[in-house]
Ligand binder design. Structure first.
Ligand code: COA
Length: 275
């Protein structure tokens, strides 16, 4: 979709959007949607080369970009990346807490460190991002978007670590909305369903599961990174100026089914019984 057929092409002109995990997937898609509407972009992630490639794509859309690596588990590195962004582009108007880790694993086989790794990247990483950005966001009366998931509100087998992390994110998001509303800072979560072409989908959907899911999802398709990017743009825009503390589910209705069908498909596939 041509975003400028809906939104003014200068909607985010000279605004600064900082995206953790912005080097690929849904997060890079979000960055591109903001860049198309005039925003300048800061991105961080663990791999500088991936960030540099993403920066080229964003610059081709007209954005000024700061791409400085930081692991969200390292608050000091994160702060350095955000400060470099501020020095080059100005204070952050929109923070997207997108960095995440995921792998399917039955709880009885998951090591404590495996559980901790996902909690540290998703939940602690989101807190670190907000904590390190809050002074900049106070300056701009900015907005925070968290990337959640259906696992936060529906139990999915092999996702105990992810569900705990994402439910924690949504609860923290509401706490921050409560505390930081007085600064004009809005906090909201987006809960994407299965998004095609992402590492998350590749990790969670063995080959045959994706196409079977398409038949079952009420809207009969996977989402696209632009489906999520467009929502991010909306939630950060003045159209959403009175929205804070919400989780916007964008999953084509997938979670209306619960998780039993997905689990059955995955277990069948893992046992070698897919069609
Ligand atoms: N199944 C079970 N346990 C796993 C696992 C898997 N597929 N992958 C990693 N782990 C465990 C490891 O065994 C380790 O635990 P241990 O020390 O008890 O053996 C622990 O998780 C940490 O693994 P490590 O690879 O050292 O962590 P990392 O910090 O380098 O990577 C992950 C973090 C594990 C989340 C990794 O999958 C990752 O980097 N993901 C980022 C990309 C991603 O997940 N994208 C999709 C987002 S939806």
């Amino acid at each position: 979709m041509d975003l400028t057929s809906v939104f003014n092409k200068d909607l985010f002109k000279d605004k600064v959007v900082f995206i953790t995990g912005g080097g690929s997937g849904i997060n890079l898609g979000i960055a591109k949607n903001f860049a198309q509407l005039g925003a300048n972009i800061g991105i961080c992630g663990r791999t500088q080369e991936k960030l540099d490639n993403a920066a080229k794509e964003l610059e081709a859309l007209g954005a000024k970009v700061v791409a400085k690596s930081a692991d969200v588990r390292d608050a000091d590195a994160l702060s350095a990346s955000m400060e470099a962004t501020k020095a080059a582009l100005g204070p952050i108007d929109v923070l997207v807490c997108g960095a995440a880790g995921n792998f399917p694993c039955p709880a009885e086989a998951l090591s404590p460190n495996g559980f901790k790794s996902v909690i540290d990247i998703d939940l602690l990483g989101s807190f670190n991002s907000c904590r390190m950005a809050v002074e900049q966001l106070k300056e701009t009366r900015g907005s925070i978007l968290f990337i959640s998931a259906g696992q936060a509100f529906i139990p999915y087998a092999m996702q105990a670590h992810v569900g705990a992390a994402k439910a924690g994110i949504d609860n923290m998001m509401q706490n921050l909305a409560l505390e930081w509303g007085k600064y004009g800072i809005r906090c909201n979560s987006i809960a994407p369903g299965p998004i095609e072409g992402t590492e998350g989908a590749a990790r969670l959907e063995p080959a045959n599961v994706a196409k079977q899911m398409d038949k079952l999802i009420p809207l009969q398709r996977h989402g696209t990174v632009d489906d999520i990017g467009q929502i991010a743009v909306f939630l950060a825009s003045p159209l959403a100026s009175y929205i804070t503390g919400t989780v916007l589910v964008a999953d084509g209705g997938q979670n209306l089914l619960g998780s039993a069908i997905y689990t059955e498909l995955v277990l069948k596939e893992m046992a070698g019984g897919g069609d």
